[in-house]
Design a protein around this ligand. Sequence first.
Ligand code: COA
Length: 256
Amino acid sequence: MKYKNIKTLLNRGILTLTINRPEKFNALNSEILKELREAFIELLGNSEVKGVILTGEGKNFASGADISEFVGISFKEGARISENGHKTFDLIERSPKPVIAAVNGYALGGGCELAMACHIRIASHKAKFGQPEIDLGIIPGFGGTFRLPGLVGHGKAMELLLTGEMIDAHAAERLGLVNHVVKENDLIAHSEKMLEKIISKAPLAVASIIRCLNIGDNYTIKQREINIFKRLCSTGDFREGVSAFIEKRKPDFKGE
Ligand code: COA
């Protein structure tokens, strides 16, 4: 299948999916999220695909949900954005075929959440991670409130979510957010090597381990995130945060 925003390459059982919107730092608009869903549904039915590498075109992995789609949205549209993100990321997390995120640059907001929905994360030494939603007056809406503490622990997750600060690849490795940090030019080769090792194992056991370890299958914590995300989408602070990003200025939050 041909996608508009995702490049696909199948080689020796490994499907490499590359998000291809480099001019916007691979910001995840609704079309990309939909295409990722379609790609994962397609790969599940393709017996030639044994595992997946997910990466970003150019210098970045993904800089988050597309903030330009947040302008003037309602409560209802906020819910739809969060639910669609969850649908896509759940498909990735639940894929019985192993998925490695090869993080080549910024993985912010929804980009960091996308990497966290993958089963393993390999980062280039140039990668940067963070959940800057707080600077938009919202919370992560694609699983960050439960996948981040699942990987780095409650205390560090609280700090990263409340400050919105970015961390580099080595700090992310120390926290357990990424599995390995490698040189930029070795990123894909290293990810392929790890994936080759995993796909040489018993496929049913691989799928079962993934299933046992999945964090996002808790309906209650997911629904809580969606509910709070959509409520915050109707606040003045959210409108201010989005306007400030688009106007390239600092937000002036009022707590309302
Ligand atoms: N949504 C929409 N557009 C985005 C984006 C996003 N999440 N992230 C980057 N872009 C766009 C910028 O608007 C800019 O487009 P333009 O050239 O048409 O103005 C382009 O990508 C490059 O970004 P820019 O901000 O100019 O580059 P930078 O090097 O100064 O900063 C980032 C890079 C990633 C730090 C910065 O773009 C950023 O903070 N992005 C938002 C991250 C975020 O809050 N993500 C969570 C969203 S819920």
